[in-house]
Design a binder for this molecule. Structure first.
Ligand code: SF4
Ligand code: SF4
Length: 213
C-alpha cells in the first residue's frame, strides 16, 4: 500500500518558490521513491533545476519514511543546512508535508500532489481500492468498493450508462457495478444487488478523523 503522488508542473513549483531563494529539498525513501516522484533521482534533478533558476539550494535529503518520526531525526541531522534555508520543498506525500511542518517553523512547500492511497497490482501500476469512508460496505459489494471504483461513486448502482461491462464516463475502464454483479453472481449472492444503501452518513466519522488506539 502506497501513498500515490504526482509531481506538480515545474512552473507551479517555481511559482510557489518565487519568494524563497534558499530552499532545502526533502524526498522520501518509501512511497515517493516507489512512484518515482520524490526519490533520490528526482530530488537531485529538482536541485539541478532550481539551481538553474539561481536558487541557492541549502541542502537536500531523502528521509527513509518522511511521514513518521524519522522526519524529526532528519531535521535534526540537517540542522545547519536548514538554518541556512528559508523554506523546505517537500517531494513527499501530504503526510510528509504535515510531518515536516510539525517539526520546523520554515514554510513547507509541496512539490507533489497527493492523489490516493493505492495498491500495486503489477509493477509500477497502482490503483485505489478504498477512500476511507468509515462505513465499509465491502461485505455487500463482493469486496469491490463502489465509492472508489465507480466513476460516479454510486453506492446503489449501476447507473444507466454501463455498456457491455464498460463505464460510460471512461470506456477504457470496467464498470465497477458490472464487476460487483459478476462477483456476487459467482458467489451465489446476487440478491445483494437489490439491497438499498442509504446515503453516506458523514457524521459517522466527523472530520478531522481522529482515533486513539
Ligand atoms: S466502503 Fe469503500 S471507501 Fe468505505 S471503507 Fe469500504 S472500501 Fe473504503
Ligand atoms: S458505468 Fe458503472 S462505473 Fe461508470 S458511472 Fe455508471 S455505474 Fe459507475
Amino acid at each position: 500500500m502506497k501513498s500515490i503522488t504526482r509531481q506538480k508542473p515545474f512552473d507551479e513549483v517555481k511559482e510557489h518558490l518565487s519568494s524563497f531563494d534558499r530552499p532545502f529539498i526533502v524526498g522520501c525513501g518509501t512511497c515517493t521513491t516507489m512512484t518515482r516522484t520524490g526519490g533520490l533521482e528526482q530530488v537531485v534533478e529538482m536541485k539541478d533545476r532550481l539551481q538553474g533558476l539561481n536558487k541557492r539550494v541549502s541542502g537536500w535529503t531523502v528521509i527513509p519514511t518522511a511521514c513518521d518520526e524519522m522526519a524529526e531525526t532528519a531535521m535534526k541531522e540537517n540542522r545547519r543546512a536548514l538554518d541556512d534555508a528559508n523554506c523546505i520543498l517537500a517531494m513527499t506525500c501530504a503526510l510528509g508535508v504535515y510531518r515536516l511542518g510539525s517539526y520546523i517553523n520554515h514554510p513547507v512547500i509541496p512539490a507533489l500532489d497527493t492523489l490516493f492511497i493505492g495498491v500495486e497490482d503489477s509493477p509500477g501500476h497502482f490503483h485505489e481500492v478504498c477512500m476511507q469512508c468509515g462505513q465499509c460496505i465491502l461485505g455487500e459489494t463482493a469486496g469491490i468498493c463502489p465509492m472508489t471504483a465507480c466513476h460516479k461513486g454510486l453506492v446503489n448502482g449501476p447507473c444507466g450508462g454501463t455498456n457491455n461491462g464498460k463505464c460510460e464516463v471512461d470506456k477504457e475502464k470496467d464498470c465497477a457495478w458490472t464487476l460487483i454483479y459478476q462477483r456476487l453472481k459467482d458467489q451465489g449472492r446476487l440478491e445483494l444487488m437489490r439491497r438499498y444503501q442509504p446515503p453516506r452518513n458523514f457524521q459517522a466519522v466527523p472530520r478531522p478523523r481522529i482515533i486513539k488506539v
